[in-house]
Write a protein that binds this ligand. Structure first.
Ligand code: IPM
Ligand code: MG
Length: 384
């Protein structure tokens, strides 16, 4: 077949898939009301590398903080096995079917980091499990808070999580040996809901500014749409100012000590959100210290923003891996399902432990183990 015809066919199927997705988005239900549930099911997925070790620490802390409601049956914590790179590679699937089914039986999920293969790595180039889970469970808002009080930094990122360059990131194609194409996707429904979520958060938490970050001067169609919808939605929030930045200058302004304290809530397409949140987390002590909430209307998943650190496992250092990031994610999970007080305590204790460092982790034998760190954290909570 002519190569252009072959490429057209592939492109056609991408468009069909996205148009179908839009139909689903049009009829999506509202956010789940956790108060109305008889039982809240928390799924715990260890992931790869250091994932199982640090996730077990975070799950242990949840079990401790919710022990009464777990014993009464109000909350159930369920371990989900099998989201490993070995199984994903063997099945050639980002999420094995049985694992996906189990995930869908939960209301919220705590997930350890999973290995993301890339072209040329020893693993088959299957889609990232994170990205697949965000899409399968329609977790459209990736909420990443970064706080450094002593620098006046208090940012909350609302990263769009199901569209942009990620929507069909594993479905680009080589038209021939010289021409490779990838695609980026923006839908009206998908863009509206993330921008609305950012404004709603701003309104609920007394913030006065929402910053939309795009590259609408160059990526005119999809980013242009994002910006246009941001302006439209901003009109419904008279007490909140929308300001507009391009991603390149935004990365620079985050290191401008005067300017950066003015940012409050930032809303941005998927890939820019991926990049900017790593930079932002660095001010707080690195990606190992930040948690990430992936929120959808029905499901929500909470994860560390760092990777699976396979080298730590190879060198026998998994038990020295810092569980702070996944524990921060656990704190966000608790808040999401209605345990605001427990969540607050856990966040405060994490802040205290990070500063006080009575039990310090180095990632190696000369520092504390993650188990020792968790005990220190629980003791800190007890003295709050
Ligand atoms: C993140 C990660 C993921 C992403 C990777 C692991 C696929 O970097 O959660 O930010 O790019 O979204
Ligand atoms: Mg990232």
């Amino acid at each position: 077949m002519d190569k252009i015809e072959a490429a057209k066919e592939k492109f056609e199927s991408l468009m069909e898939e996205q148009l179908k997705r839009i139909e689903r988005l049009k009829s999506e239900a509202d956010f789940l009301d956790f108060k109305s549930l008889e039982q809240i099911v928390i799924g715990v997925v260890g992931g790869d590398g250091i994932g199982p070790a640090i996730t077990a620490q975070a799950a242990g802390i949840i079990a401790d903080l919710l022990k009464d409601d777990i014993s009464s049956g109000k909350v159930s914590v369920k371990n989900i096995e099998g989201l490993t790179i070995e199984r994903r590679a063997a099945e050639g699937k980002a999420i094995p079917d049985d694992v996906l089914e189990e995930l869908k039986e939960c209301h919220v999920i705590l997930k350890g980091p999973t290995t993301t293969p890339q072209a040329g790595s020893p693993w088959p180039n299957v889609e990232s499990a994170n990205v697949a889970m965000r899409k399968e469970l329609d977790l459209f808002a990736n909420v990443r808070p970064v706080r450094v009080p002593e620098l006046g930094i208090d940012w909350t990122f609302y990263r769009e999580n199901t569209e942009g360059a990620y929507a069909v990131g594993s479905k680009g194609f080589d038209v021939d040996e010289d021409l490779a194409l990838d695609f980026t996707v923006a839908t009206t429904q998908g863009t509206r809901r993330i921008i609305k979520a950012a404004f709603e958060f701003a309104k609920a938490s007394g913030k006065t500014r929402v910053t939309a970050v795009t590259k609408a001067n160059v990526i005119k169609t999809t980013d242009g749409k994002f910006l246009r919808i941001a302006r439209e939605i901003a009109k419904g929030y008279p007490g909140i100012t929308l300001d507009e930045w391009y991603i390149d200058i935004m990365t620079a302004k985050l290191i401008d000590a005067k300017r950066r304290t003015q940012f409050q809530v930032l809303v941005l397409p998927n890939l820019y959100g991926d990049i900017l949140t790593d930079e932002a987390a660095e001010f707080q002590g690195g990606v190992g210290t930040a948690g990430s909430a992936n929120i959808g209307k029905r499901y929500a998943m909470f994860e560390a923003i760092h990777g699976s650190a396979p080298r730590m496992v190879e060198e026998g250092r998994a038990k020295y891996a810092d569980p702070s990031s996944i524990i921060r994610a656990a704190a966000m999970l608790l808040n999401h399902i209605g345990y605001a007080e427990e969540s607050d305590k856990l966040t405060k204790a994490l802040d205290i432990c990070a500063k006080e460092k009575a039990v310090a982790m180095t990632g190696r034998e000369d520092g504390a183990s993650s188990d020792e760190f968790s005990k220190y954290l629980l003791k800190t909570i007890a003295r709050l």
